[in-house]
Design a protein around this ligand. Sequence first.
Ligand SMILES: [Zn+2]
Length: 213
Amino acid sequence: MRIALCDNKRIYAEKADKFHEYICPLCQEVVILKKGRIIPAYFSHKIHASCKDSFHHEEMTPWHIYFQSLFQEDQIEVVISSDKEKHRADALINKTIFEFQHSFMSYQEFDKRNQFYTKLGYHLIWLFDMKEEYDKGNIKESMKRNNLFEFDSPLSTFKHLDLKENITLLFQLGGRGEKESDYPIVKIEWKNDNFTRFIAKQVRFSSYIHPKS
Ligand SMILES: [Zn+2]
């Protein structure tokens, strides 16, 4: 995680120092500042901490950090609470939550997050890093029709997904570029029952952050 509390204020790990105590905004336990030369600074729980936020890993990938960097400081890692649960959204703007997913996610975990956030009335925008799936040929553009894509072997993650439920699904596909911003992002608009085929239209991610009023 990149944000912790110091005297009840949200502090970015990059701006934190070793002389203060930092608290996890979720479980209120003391967290440790990790600063290295290669990976960006982050906060980590102590080894036996039992933070209730099962939604996120502590260390983040450069991919994740790139997309978070498109948001303002007060929009990222926002704690969302219901009566029984608390979770940390990757980013929040008004009633829209952004989640960035780089590694494989089980459908149980995916369904759980979707239920948690949509029940509280949030619109959820998922961005999945599918560059590898695209580059290795598991996602292919179908020759028959424009914008129609196919999964060779569909990911189980999406097996219960209903796009009518206030959820937007975006994939970042591979194929070109060196920077994250060079890779195309597509909005998934339709699926068949087992999510082998879908229609994907290229979108600009920034249009979700700054929607036209
Ligand atoms: Zn915690």
